[in-house]
Structure formats: structure tokens, C-alpha cells
Design a protein around this ligand. Sequence first.
Ligand SMILES: CC(C)(COP(=O)(O)OP(=O)(O)OC[C@H]1O[C@@H](n2cnc3c(N)ncnc32)[C@H](O)[C@@H]1OP(=O)(O)O)[C@@H](O)C(=O)NCCC(=O)NCCS
Length: 304
Amino acid sequence: MAEIPNFSLVRASSQRDYSAMNRHFSDWLQQDDPDNWTVGIHDFPLYSIIDPNGLFMGVLNGEIVVIICAVNYNSDYSFIGAFWANPKYRGKGMGTHLWNAGLKHCGFRTIGLYAAPGMVARYERDGFRQCGQSGLCEIRTDNILANRRSISENIVDYNNTGHIPFEDVAQFCRKYSPADRRDFLKAWIAQAGCMTLLYVKNHIIKGLGVLRRGCESGRYLLGPLYAGSKDIAVEIMADFVLRISHPSVIYFGVLKDNPDVEQFVKDAKGRFHEEVATVMYRGQNIPHFDVNGVFAVTCGDIGG
Ligand SMILES: CC(C)(COP(=O)(O)OP(=O)(O)OC[C@H]1O[C@@H](n2cnc3c(N)ncnc32)[C@H](O)[C@@H]1OP(=O)(O)O)[C@@H](O)C(=O)NCCC(=O)NCCS
């Protein structure tokens, strides 16, 4: 592969690196489309808990110009996401260096990714095949469930209550997750500034939602939202909205072709963005999890 003068591939290895990747990703997303989804304030430092060696940066003349996350969940399964370049530097071959580094890091594991429409054929050339679609939804809090006034008695604010053992939460989430990621989950649900709501009935967890702040002000990101039924998902969403005092936009990603999820988005007066991503896998160990209960994926950059 051709060398690019003054370009180097760097493996992120410190909180400073992870935060710098987060900041650049947020900037580039806004440059591409200011009305689009954004990234959470702490996302990349938290991704590094899954795999501290799986985040790569392409640096040109000392400036980060392209990034990729290729996290190894375990010895069988990896996920590649956040493959993004500064719009000024695209098409010059730098992304390919990172893509190759990401693939090499994943080794012989099965790899999942959500492909942007223009990238599907590119990934097929590297052996990925299409396995479904994912979509982006948004809900404006001033639209949703405006007639709801009270918080449901089944909702528990996990971070401010303290009586639900983390082990119970981890067990509930495992059914809906592509891999056991309990260290990541523990940090994700307690990250600074997030709200984690549980739906608990007869001492049994039946739903969990995490709402975190996006890098752009007035924007929230929902993920994951796991629930045993559509009605529980709607209850959790309604409670989030009641707890946000000012008009905001909530973004979340869903796996498409699930009638319950489509109905949930309708009930919550949300809307789907037109562009869809293609869920793709390479390898045989495709993770099985209860996709019917996934009303919002944790984040498209790490899958599930
Ligand atoms: C995808 C991306 C990170 C690649 O980085 P890059 O530095 O442009 O990469 P390269 O120049 O090495 O090109 C790699 C591939 O990206 C694609 N590509 C190149 N220029 C592109 C552009 N301006 N926009 C979108 N895709 C582009 C091509 O398919 C190319 O593959 P090929 O030449 O082997 O067929 C970058 O183009 C980008 O940020 N695109 C927009 C965001 C995006 O779609 N990310 C992928 C999400 S799955």
C-alpha cells in the first residue's frame, strides 16, 4: 500500500487519546450534517473498556484526520465502528490504512459493523455480507406523550436509588447484548450526566434505558433501551421525557424490520431518518441475542 508522507497510524492508548478521538468524531459528524446524530460526551473512553487496544487514529502532520474503533469483545467476536475521516482529507488513502489496521486487530474473529449506504460494496469486497438494516430515529421531547404527568411507579432511577444489585442488571442485559460486556456496562450505566432507568415489577427487572448527553447541547442519545414488551419501552421513554426539563432532541439507533420497534417509534411520536445502515458480518460466529427486545441499540459504533 502506498506510503503517505507525514501520515502515521497511532493506536490510542490514553484517556487523552480517547477523548481527542471523541472530540474529532463529534466535529466531523457536525460538518457532514448538523442535524444528524451526535456522539456522547464519554463514548470513546467507555469503548476503550471493551478493548483498550482497539481504537486507532490516523495522524497527518500532527493532526488527527481519521479514526476507527475495532473492539474485540472476546476471542470469537469483534465490532468495527466510528470509521470516519475529516471531510477535508477523504479519498486520499488514509482511511484504508486504518481499515486494514482494524481488520488485522480483529484477526480471525467474526466481525460485525453497520455500513453507510456508500460503503456496502466496499465491505463486501472484504468478505462482509448483508444481514439486516439499522435505522436512526429521533424524538423531540416537546412532541412526545405530552399528556403524561406522573412518573410510573415501576420505574427505578438506578444511579440515585442504589438498592438494585449491578449483577441483576447485568443478567437482564445479557439476553439482549451481542456479548458479555459487564465491565463496560457497569461504567456505561453510571457515566457522568446520564440517566439509567429500570422498569421493575415484582422485584424483577423487565426493562432498562440509558439516556446520555450528546456533545451538541440540547441533544440526548438513548441507548440501550431493552424491554420485555413495547409498552414497557414506551413507559421508560415517557419517564425520560418527564425528567428532561427543556425541549430537546433524543436520538437512538434501532434494528429495522421489527414491528414492535416500529410501533414504539410511532407511539413515542418519533421519526425515522431516511438513510439506513446495513448490518454486516464477516465470519461464522454471529452473535445471537433477543433482538425483539432491543428498542434502541447501545450505540452503532459498538453494535447491539
Ligand atoms: C469511510 C472513510 C472513513 C474512509 O476514509 P478515506 O480516508 O476517505 O479512505 P480512503 O481514501 O482510503 O478510501 C477508502 C474507501 O472509502 C471510500 N471513500 C473514499 N472517498 C470517500 C468519500 N469522499 N466519501 C465516502 N466514501 C469514500 C471508498 O469506497 C474507498 O474504497 P476504495 O477506494 O478501496 O473503493 C471516509 O471516506 C469517511 O469519513 N466517509 C464518510 C463517513 C462514512 O461513510 N464512514 C463509514 C461508515 S460505515
